[in-house]
Design a protein around this ligand. Structure first.
Ligand code: 5RP
Length: 235
């Protein structure tokens, strides 16, 4: 399945493969979004075919739903599942407290809902995603299209008083048009540089009218499986 991979893809693959081993027969599993999560879905599909593993997957995006069906995983909605045994997802950054920035793939809203409705969240990531302080990766926030520029101005204004380095933001684009999430919203990427108090920032952002959710995952992740380009894995 993996073939000849670049070091970065190998790192993602080995992390995903290791995390797939945590999935047990009968589990309801949240399936993340992104290139690392795509490896996970493929590894689980392989286990479904080769071992007869029976799982029900709740995808966190339309992309993941399509891939999961293609590899033979039974897909159900979160409301059908009600609660999940485990969610496995990628991340854009993680720190020593297992707090995360997510949303590089634009699926942060469903990802946070699904991860929060799980007994356990395992993050799979290549080693380059580990940081001392979150914030070098632009922090995505999902905003409703109505008045998004007003929301952007409010966010930037509020950031002045927070413990962050930068406060500029950009509307995520898909070619010439704004990126649209699975929930029909836009994404603003906040260029912060360094987030001193991620917990506080996450709360403040979610209090703003127009901001649906932010990509800071605080106290949600339980374990990070780190993959390396030489095939090594660390937990
Ligand atoms: C999608 C995400 C992804 O998990 C995150 O962007 C990491 O992606 P990749 O595995 O492709 O590096 O949060 O919204």
């Amino acid at each position: 399945m993996a073939g000849e991979l670049s070091p970065i893809d190998k790192a993602k693959f080995v992390a995903a493969k290791r995390a797939a081993a945590f999935v047990e027969d009968g589990m309801r599993v949240g399936l993340g979004t992104g290139s690392t999560a795509a490896w996970l879905v493929q590894c689980l599909g392989e286990r479904v075919h080769e071992e007869g593993l029976r799982i029900r997957g709740v995808p966190t995006s339309s992309r993941t739903a399509q891939l999961a069906r293609e590899v033979g995983i039974q897909v159900i909605s979160l409301d059908e599942a009600k609660w999940l045994d485990l969610t496995i997802d990628g991340a854009d950054e993680f720190d020593g407290d297992l707090n995360l920035i997510k949303g590089g793939g634009g699926a942060l809203l469903q990802e946070k809902i699904v991860a929060t409705a799980s007994d356990r969240m395992i993050v799979i990531a290549d080693a380059a995603k580990e940081v001392e302080t979150l914030g070098a990766f632009p922090l995505p926030i999902e905003v409703i299209p109505f008045g998004w520029q007003t929301t952007q101005a409010l966010v930037e204004e509020t950031l002045i008083s927070m413990d962050v380095l930068g406060r500029s933001s950009t509307l995520r684009m898909n070619g010439d048009v704004p990126f649209i999430t699975d929930e029909g919203n836009h994404i603003l990427d906040l260029h912060l540089g360094r987030i001193g108090n991620a917990r506080q920032l996450a709360l403040v952002l979610n209090q703003m009218p127009g901001c649906v959710e932010n990509g800071l995952f605080i106290d949600i992740c339980d374990t990070v499986v780190i993959g390396f380009g030489d095939g090594k894995v660390e937990l």
